[in-house]
Design a protein around this ligand. Structure first.
Ligand code: PGA
Length: 261
């Protein structure tokens, strides 16, 4: 059974003080939950807040630390970048890559995403690889092809073991930050297609193990239905992850339907 994940993507929000306050608040709200039944919980603040949050989480509160990006080289003349060993140094364990905002505004390509995935895995961290179609692509019937091609390119040359350890987030671009959630059954259909694509490139075993999340306007009122689907292993959450109460509700909602066995 794949352990579910609830991952917060805080995007470009929160000063260090605000970020630490939010994480303290989340900690309090999930304090009484049974840690063995909890999904893997991840928070991904901006780079500047990572270290302070790592210090708060130091004694293992069941919350993991994620970064929102990284570079694939370890060090060198790459002004403005942050490398995987640097993230590892401050206890980051997950890195979101290929988010549609990075693809759209910062020219991130599948080739870059693949290099980042390899660097992340080679250093023992876990990539959360985002994929998803735009509204235009969906309306012209290209969803399946777009998502399939992204996944094939993003996972290129990873070993079966590396693929099995990775996390994929299916995030239809038109559902991100719009309040428009993708129908759960449709999200499940695309996620199944992603799993079959993983099976084609890395084998059935890796496909059965890899965790595939849904992202795009996930909120407490949608989580139980989403988590009841056969292939949705959790959620990558933007807006609702910035409110401690909502984020805690997402964790509790997930536990109601998919407590890890
Ligand atoms: P949203 O963002 O939950 O605000 O739609 C999701 C994401 O961008 O990962």
């Amino acid at each position: 059974m794949r352990k579910p994940i609830i991952a917060g993507n805080w995007k470009l929000n929160k000063t260090v003080e605000e970020a630490t306050e939010l994480v303290e608040d989340i900690k309090v709200k999930i304090m009484d939950l049974d840690k063995n039944q909890m999904p893997t919980v991840i928070v991904s603040p901006v780079f500047t807040a990572l270290k302070s949050i790592a210090d708060i989480l130091e004694h293992g509160q069941g919350i993991h630390l994620g970064a929102q990006n990284c570079y694939w080289q370890d060090s060198g003349a790459f002004t403005g970048e942050v490398s995987v060993p640097m993230l590892k140094d401050i206890c980051v364990t997950y890195v979101i890559i290929g988010h549609s905002e990075r693809r759209q505004y910062f020219g991130e390509t599948d080739e870059n995403i693949n290099l980042k995935a390899k660097a992340i895995l080679n250093h023992g961290l876990i990539p959360i690889i985002c994929c998803g179609e735009t509204l235009e692509q969906r309306e012209s019937g290209q969803t399946d092809n777009v998502v399939k091609n992204q996944i094939i390119a993003d996972l290129k040359d990873l070993t079966e073991e590396q693929t099995a350890k990775s996390v994929i987030a299916y995030e239809p671009v038109w559902a991100i930050g719009t309040g428009k959630t993708c129908e759960s059954s449709e999200a499940n259909r695309v996620i199944k297609l992603i799993r079959d694509t993983v099976a084609e490139v890395s084998g059935r075993d890796a496909a059965d193990k890899i965790r595939i999340l849904y992202g795009g306007s996930v909120k407490p009122s949608t989580i139980e239905e989403q988590m009841s689907q056969s292939d949705i292993d959790g959620a990558l959450v933007g807006g609702a992850s910035l409110k401690a109460e909502d984020f805690a509700q997402l964790i509790k909602g997930t536990m109601l339907v998919r407590a890890p066995k």
